[in-house]
Design a protein around this ligand. Structure first.
Ligand SMILES: N=c1c2ncn([C@@H]3O[C@H](COP(=O)(O)OP(=O)(O)OP(=O)(O)O)[C@@H](O)[C@H]3O)c2ncn1[C@@H]1O[C@H](COP(=O)(O)O)[C@@H](O)[C@H]1O
Length: 114
């Protein structure tokens, strides 16, 4: 059973997804989403990589506030990348649901040997 905080967090992601979809069509001179989207998949993907590295650096520095800020940047840019590639938040949640209850250790052990 999800807590009210869990429901609010999911609603935040759903609202951001809708905002990104809407802002992709906006004027790139007034919208970062539109400007970044117009630069194409390689630039969006580069930003995701940069924000992931910045998140790791903040974690390794024990910088909790930095980790929260960089994680927000990472999630935002990842969601811009999903929009660019036609992936929905629900698609990613469905994949997480599919994995629920399967230990990562057991899953890895069940992979066919190369
Ligand atoms: N959550 C965010 C968000 N997080 C970070 N950013 C922007 O992401 C950018 C990242 O900064 P960087 O210095 O890394 O990027 P940069 O200098 O443009 O990149 P480079 O070309 O130098 O690589 C900054 O401009 C941040 O303001 C965001 N921009 C927008 N949103 C959300 O998207 C909505 C729509 O935004 P617009 O499309 O700008 O209206 C906003 O209302 C917010 O809800």
């Amino acid at each position: 059973m999800e807590s009210p905080a869990d429901i609010a967090a999911l609603a935040t992601l759903a609202r951001l997804e809708a905002t990104i979809a809407q802002r992709r069509q906006a004027d790139p001179s007034t919208s970062y989403v539109a400007k970044l989207s117009a630069r194409g998949t390689p630039k969006i993907a580069q930003k995701v990589g940069e924000e992931a590295v910045e998140s790791v650096i903040a974690a390794m520095a024990d910088d909790r506030a930095g980790l929260i800020g960089e994680s927000a940047d990472l999630l935002f840019h990842l969601m811009v990348l999903w929009a660019d590639k036609g992936v929905a938040l629900a698609d990613v949640c469905a994949e997480l649901d599919r994995r629920e209850g399967t230990s990562g250790i057991a899953e890895k052990a069940s992979r066919p040997k190369a």
